[in-house]
Design a protein around this ligand. Structure first.
Ligand SMILES: Cc1ncc(COP(=O)(O)O)c(C=O)c1O
Length: 402
């Protein structure tokens, strides 16, 4: 057992391993630190700043809304939440939206929806949520119970009961895993945190079929891979499988806190007045920012950019992995969510630090994997520059012959 560590001198509790950089500003795909150094941001706050930093349309929407109405409570209607719900419903073809403040809360809402949906149908034995190995659904206790990584759960028990796990992307294992105790199945179409693993269309289609046949709700956690990151607004559109519920957060308001549970026709009646709520959920400023985000992504034709830049990025990463086989395995991912596995004894944290020293911000994910999730507005030059900086960082790890 390790002893509790002292809080950092900043006054923040020591819950993150923070890198020794203080960012003071951002501009498009760049971040600027307190020494005036500029970095190319290929992490975007972990898949948050889809339109990059300090986008004028987001800044204007926030400022205007702040001068108009900041909060009125969910006991009343307000225009930004109503407009955002209608936009998301129209664009997804689903039935209704519940707004909260983060990804983990969106998943809590989805878990509650699935259980209450079964309960309302009189199926009180149907309360288990099926999740998958490698999943990450958040840090609050319900979402944590649906998260497979034991390290995140250690010491926080007892966690809520009624969660089961099946192997990810394994069609054959689903038949035994989905029975009449399963209220809902929650899956990331692309697992981000575990190291960027893309589900096959066949797996997601099998989930859809079995959930229909056996009376469970199918929930897609699109918190990291949705909101345009795969080249479609909703991740499910990239796979051609329509879930009963979708959870979103991260990029929805381009950096302002919002979480969304979208429920389809079949599931929507599961939650009724009084069943769930949130004081700040869907308050006017994040909703105004999200509406501006949707407008700008249409104007820019962002999906086409994501597809073109994705092709370029994955070609560069594959070429780098071939040339640096001692350090890297072949890249994984989809759209602008990429994982580049680092081979032992090389360490992804050292690679991320070397990239940062060269002016490139990248992230880590499980399994010693480098994670790239750049703003969706990246240009061809940005991707070329990121690839060159990454190559220099990779080469710096390999001892050069004397
Ligand atoms: C797939 C997925 N689900 C849920 C979450 C939790 O979101 P939040 O940190 O906003 O609570 C994350 C965050 O990384 C995520 O990637």
């Amino acid at each position: 057992m390790t002893a509790p560590t002292a809080p950092e001198r900043t006054g923040l509790l020591d819950t993150y391993k923070r890198a020794p950089v203080t960012f003071v500003a951002g501009r498009g795909c760049e971040l600027i630190d307190d020494r005036g150094r500029t970095y190319l941001d290929f992490l975007a706050g972990i898949a948050v700043c889809a339109l990059g930093h300090a986008h004028p349309a987001i800044a204007d929407a926030v400022a205007e809304q702040a001068r108009t109405l900041v909060h009125a409570s969910n006991l009343y209607h307000h225009e930004p939440a109503g407009r955002l719900a209608r936009e998301l419903v129209e664009r997804s073809g689903l039935h209704g939206a519940f707004f909260c403040n983060s990804g983990t809360e969106a998943n809590e809402a989805a878990i509650k929806l699935a259980r209450k949906w079964a309960y309302r149908r009189g199926e009180t034995q149907r309360s288990t949520i099926l999740a998958f190995r490698g999943s990450f659904h958040g840090r609050t206790l319900g979402s944590l119970a649906a998260t497979s990584n034991a390290a995140y759960k250690e010491g926080f028990g007892p966690l809520p009961e009624g969660f089961a796990f099946a192997p990810f992307d394994d069609v054959a294992a689903l038949d035994a895993a989905i029975d009449d105790r399963i209220a809902g199945v929650i899956v990331e179409p692309v697992q981000g945190e575990s190291g960027v693993h893309v589900a096959s269309g066949e797996f997601l289609a099998a989930l859809r079929r079995l959930c229909d046949e056996r009376g469970a709700l199918l929930i897609f956690d699109e918190i990291q891979c949705g909101m345009g990151r795969l080249g479609t607004l909703f991740a499910f559109e990239s796979f051609g499988v329509i879930p009963d519920a979708v959870t979103m957060a991260k990029a929805v308001a381009n950096g302002l806190p919002i979480g969304v549970l979208l429920a389809g026709e079949r599931a929507a009646g599961g939650l009724q007045p009084g069943d769930h709520g949130s004081t700040f959920g869907g308050s006017p400023i994040p909703c105004a920012a999200a509406l501006a985000h949707l407008r700008v992504r249409d104007e820019l034709g962002l999906d086409a950019n994501v597809r073109a830049r994705s092709e370029q990025l994955f070609a560069s990463l594959a070429s780098l992995a071939r040339r640096a086989q001692e350090v890297l395995d072949a890249p994984r991912g989809m759209g602008l969510l990429a994982g580049l596995p680092v081979r032992a004894p090389y360490d992804v944290a050292a690679l991320v630090a070397a990239a940062r020293e060269r002016g490139l911000i990248a992230g880590t994910a499980g399994g010693n994997t480098l994670r790239l999730a750049p703003p969706l507005i990246v240009s061809e030059q940005d991707v070329s520059r990121a690839a060159a900086l990454l190559e220099s960082a990779v080469l710096s790890l390999v001892p050069q012959p004397a």
